[in-house]
Unconditional design. Structure first.
Length: 255
């Protein structure tokens, strides 16, 4: 893989921290990495955005941002309200292609979900993935609601003949509840793609050196890591004592 599209099944679910973990794991393998943020919203000029956060956490990554809009809105709306030109899929694909000529791995981090609009014509991150022929990594929530959002994102990919690379949980809680633990087994089915990692909640607040040392332990081998989905799932999945009641008596902290 030279280029990977990173999208969320929603917003504020840990997409940037996952992107940083991907970058850190690749760097640890001796690969050169670039991160491309097509549209940064909700940031004033000069403020560090998502691409800068990836550099802070992961290390020596080439960071490129194509468009910046001050209001925290979908890119198309933010660009319109700012009286600025939107970023379009062709421009994103061209920038990613140039970066791929110079780096081993290019991570294109979208804004929010797959079908968030970049411009008034309705162009989305999916259009960029199609132009690049790049696989799409979905970043999902851990708990309730994530199966539907993940299934919808995966369906949107399939209907556009795009390749879902897999799913990474963007913020795995310290004390996962019943829904989160069950979702470990259910997410691959919802996505039609493997579970490729789980980044712990609060990972973005770690010291960068600690973040870099631990990043590969959160990601599967397909993403330059050593995380084992089967072992992780087994560790958090316990037997149901009564399917009709739906109570997991073996789960610590669940009453």
């Amino acid at each position: 893989m030279t280029t990977v599209i990173v999208t969320g099944t929603g917003t504020e679910i840990g997409k940037t921290v996952v992107t940083a973990a991907l970058a850190a794991a690749a760097l640890a393998r001796g690969r050169t990495v670039a991160v491309l943020k097509p549209a940064q919203t909700g940031m004033a000029p000069g403020e560090p955005g998502d691409a800068a956060e990836v550099v802070r956490l992961a290390g020596p990554v080439t960071a490129v941002e194509l468009g910046r809009y001050p209001e925290p809105l979908a890119p198309a709306t933010a660009a319109l309200r700012a009286g600025a030109e939107p970023v379009r899929p062709g421009e994103i694909a061209a920038a990613a292609t140039k970066l791929a000529d110079e780096h081993d791995l290019v991570l294109v981090e979208g804004s929010g979900g797959l079908l968030v609009r970049f411009d008034a014509a309705g162009a989305t991150l999916a259009d960029t993935a199609r132009l690049l022929g790049a696989p799409v990594l979905m970043v999902a929530q851990a708990g309730l609601g994530t199966l539907n959002a993940t299934a919808l994102t995966a369906e949107a990919l399939r209907t556009r003949s795009l390749t879902p690379l897999g799913v990474v949980i963007g913020s795995w809680p310290d004390e996962p509840g019943l829904a989160a633990r069950c979702n470990l087994a259910d997410l691959p089915e919802a996505a039609g793609a493997p579970l490729l990692g789980a980044v712990p909640a609060g990972a973005g607040a770690l010291d960068p050196a600690d973040f870099r040392a631990r990043a590969a332990t959160w990601l599967a081998p397909e993403l330059d890591g050593g995380w084992d989905a089967d072992a992780f799932t087994t560790a958090f999945t316990a037997a149901f004592v009564d399917a009709s009641v739906g109570v997991d008596a073996a789960a610590p902290g669940v009453t």
